[in-house]
Write a protein that binds this ligand. Structure first.
Ligand SMILES: [Ca+2]
Ligand SMILES: [Ca+2]
Length: 91
């Protein structure tokens, strides 16, 4: 079986795609998990660096819920520390 292409990613990380068998039949399937996107890569460029820190700082200082890194619905010092720990560790 050959993965002909990934067509969608679900919120749970599954890939929906076409798998082609040797006889040419195709079936839409859900395949395993995709690793979570590195959430400290704030600008999504695949690198964790100062730019991501600045993006987070902007969101955090504005109270944007994207900065709610511990998921408690509030943006406060705990989120900043959580981000800092993850950012320091990289991805
Ligand atoms: Ca980045
Ligand atoms: Ca929070």
């Amino acid at each position: 079986m050959t993965l002909a292409g990934a067509q969608a990613f679900s919120n749970t990380g599954d890939i929906n795609g076409l798998v082609t068998s040797i006889d040419g039949t195709a079936t839409i399937v859900a395949l395993g998990d995709v690793p979570d996107q590195c959430r400290v890569d704030m600008n999504g460029d695949g690198i964790v660096n100062t730019q991501d820190f600045l993006v987070y700082l902007g969101l955090w200082s504005a109270g944007d819920l994207q900065a709610d890194f511990n998921g408690d619905g509030q943006v406060n010092t705990q989120d900043f520390l959580t981000f800092l720990n993850e950012w320091t560790a990289g991805c």
